[in-house]
Design a protein around this ligand. Structure first.
Ligand code: GLN
Length: 187
């Protein structure tokens, strides 16, 4: 199983370590020629969505990746990655890939105080630790979007077809359950 990890900015190494520990082969997407190989899944890591969105355009990665996601490539978007997938942001005019029909609020818990820890159930995954870092949450979901997790009444995890979007960072914990769930979608 070969998983591509977007590595233009943010917390990508942690995802690679976790996926490798589960037996997946990982490689980094940094430039267009990295997309010449076939792969079974894509991770969009946390970081700064505005920076990532800009780099995706500048590096000519935006369209090919958007195309692959639209065609059903399994994708795990964490935090900024969720923002890149969302088809609407409630407090920002940008839309990036726009392949996931949800409305996301950026820095929803405040810019400075937005980092916290919770333990909560995620559907299909179990009870897991959740680390939030200047996190977004999902304000509303479109038709056929399955809510996978909520924390204090806010949606923090969804699935829509092969797209998983979560507002927290499973890669900074030692719990591999979310990555195992993601790999089960990648064939
Ligand atoms: N606050 C960041 C953004 O809006 C996301 C934070 C993160 O990925 N940990 O892009």
């Amino acid at each position: 199983m070969k998983i591509a990890v977007l590595a233009v900015q943010g917390a990508f190494i942690e995802h690679e370590k976790m996926l490798s520990s589960l037996g997946a082969e990982c490689f980094e997407i940094r430039q267009k020629k990295d997309l010449e190989q076939d792969f079974d899944g894509l991770v969009l890591p946390g970081g700064e969505s505005t920076v990532q969105g800009k780099l995706l355009r500048e590096l000519d990665l935006f369209e090919p990746l958007q195309q692959k996601i639209k065609q059903g490539l399994p994708v795990l978007g964490t935090c900024a990655g969720l923002i890149l997938l969302a088809n609407q942001l409630s407090n920002d005019e940008h839309v990036y890939f726009g392949t996931l029909p949800v409305t996301v609020r950026r820095n929803a818990y405040g810019r400075q105080l937005g980092s916290f820890y919770a333990e909560q159930e995620m559907k299909g995954v179990g009870k897991i630790p959740m680390t939030f870092i200047r996190a977004p949450y999902i304000e509303s979901v479109g038709e056929d979007v399955e809510v996978l997790a909520e924390v204090e009444g806010n949606i923090v995890g969804v699935r829509y077809g092969n797209q998983i979007g979560i507002s927290f960072h499973p890669e900074v914990t030692d719990n591999t359950a979310v990555h195992e769930y993601f790999l089960s979608l990648c064939k």
